[in-house]
Design a protein around this ligand. Structure first.
Ligand code: FDA
Length: 406
């Protein structure tokens, strides 16, 4: 086909974090880039991220904070485009930011600052952006042919940056996964990640009375006596549907059907030592009142109920507890088990786990090995970060890697 007015060097499908950053990177290299976005504006997820303040990176991002069938895949992109590189751009635009927990960077003002920065840099790099443009079909080849509601567009290179399935009302689609499947690329099963848990009715009836209560906990997923993934020390929040809060969102990415959730109510403290100290220094105090010193009233009452059910006399002086009763109490306080009925799913999930299998892609360029000139970046790829800015860092880094190559 001869070149037409609608021919570009690079077409990026998806104007989210990864797509925009890839387009900027390629545009800054002098490539003629078009971004096609089916929503009425780009960067909608960036706008809603971080509670409106976009947790745009994590300075401590390493491959260890990412889930993937191939944990080595993300190493190259993350090493070549670090959080400091992104921060340098943020600073150049004089966007005020702060560090919330160590390494976790948020905008001081609003996520709009990040979208404005990306749009300004895209304009400076002469990237064209078409919003409200739906892709009807894509035909890889030389050139790549992209049929859209705004006409046929062609390019030498194609980048698929259509993101994951979470928050469908923000424009999320399975388009990238469908393209990959159509082209014979393998996919890792997809599921919602960084998502609240739901509980079965009996447990929900007991816990939902505490809706709104939060506590510092250590959460982990257990399956057949073994931990699935690391444990996360952070806040837990009881909701009307089940359990949420950062610690539980983190753990949810490791949860599988049938696995249990383990909650340690005294993170960083051994309940055995705590009970031992109480016996030594205040032997006449009751476990019930000792617990209310450490936990909120309603939570301590709930744990008192659970302790009573396991036969621990919560009203007896702590010095009178038998060794077995002490062990049972310590066990419950460090490892209360929940059997989630599921998760809230893509409606509220922050990310989609799984996606285009990394065996099909070059970790250096994100190009599909079997379809020269086609690249997959961002969340559509089977690389998913923890909560804390890691997902945007993957979007920037994978977008940069492809942007250098296209
Ligand atoms: P992203 O979803 O950003 O972009 C994909 C784009 O493709 C969208 O604009 C979509 O409309 C478009 N698209 C889809 N199908 C299309 C089609 N057929 N044709 C054309 N366009 C199409 N991460 C983090 O690091 N820090 C944070 O603070 C948060 N906070 C956060 C809050 C909430 C509520 C959510 C849901 C998610 C987060 N995240 C996050 C996760 C983060 O938003 C996410 O990982 C990145 O946005 C992924 O970037 P992508 O560009 O891959 O997808």
């Amino acid at each position: 086909m001869t070149e037409t007015a609608d021919h570009y060097d690079v077409i990026v499908i998806g104007g989210g974090a990864a797509g925009l950053f890839c387009a900027i990177t390629a545009g800054e290299r002098g490539r003629r880039v078009l971004v096609i976005e089916h929503a009425n504006r780009v960067g909608k997820k960036i706008l809603m991220s971080g509670g409106g303040r976009c947790n745009f990176t994590h300075l401590g991002a390493t491959p260890a904070q990412y889930l993937s069938a191939n944990p080595h895949f993300c190493k190259s992109a993350l090493a070549r485009f670090s959080p400091w590189h992104f921060l340098e751009r943020v600073n150049r635009h004089e966007i005020p930011w702060h560090e919330k927990t160590p390494g976790q960077l948020f905008c001081d003002r609003s996520s709009k600052d990040i979208v404005a920065m990306l749009l300004a840099d895209a304009a400076a790099a002469q990237v064209q952006i078409r919003t409200a443009c739906a892709v009807e079909s894509v035909e890889p080849g030389d050139p790549m042919r992209v049929a859209t509601t705004q006409g046929l567009m062609t390019a030498e290179r194609l980048v698929v940056a259509t993101g994951g399935l979470s928050i469908p009302k923000m424009g999320a689609t399975d388009f990238g996964y469908r393209l990959a499947a159509e082209w014979g690329l393998p996919l890792q099963p997809r599921r919602a990640g960084l998502v609240p848990f739901t509980l079965h009715p009996p447990a929900l009836a007991q816990w939902s009375a505490l809706a709104g209560i939060s506590a510092a906990v250590e959460a982990r997923i257990m399956s057949q006596g073994q931990p699935l993934g690391p444990s996360f020390r952070d806040q837990m929040l009881v909701t009307h549907r089940g359990l949420s809060g950062p610690a539980l969102l983190q753990a949810s990415s490791y949860w599988r059907d049938g696995a249990e959730l383990s909650i340690d109510w005294m993170p960083g403290l051994s309940p055995e030592d705590w009970l031992g100290e109480a016996r030594k220094h205040s032997p006449r105090r009751r476990l019930k009142s000792l617990l209310s010193d450490r936990l909120t009233q309603r939570l301590s009452e709930r744990l008192v109920d659970l302790l009573t059910l396991t036969g621990v006399p919560v009203d007896a002086p702590v010095a009178d507890l038998s060794r077995t009763q002490m062990q049972r109490a310590a066990q419950l306080l460090s490892d209360t088990r929940f059997q989630p009925s599921g998760t809230e799913g893509y409606r509220t999930a922050e990310v989609t786990l799984g996606g285009v299998d990394t065996v099909a892609l070059s970790s250096k360029t994100m190009e599909a090995r079997s379809i020269p000139g086609v690249h997959f970046i961002g969340e559509v790829v089977d690389v998913t970060g923890w909560l804390g800015g890691y997902n945007f860092q993957w979007a920037w880094a994978s977008g940069w890697a492809a942007g250098q190559a296209v």
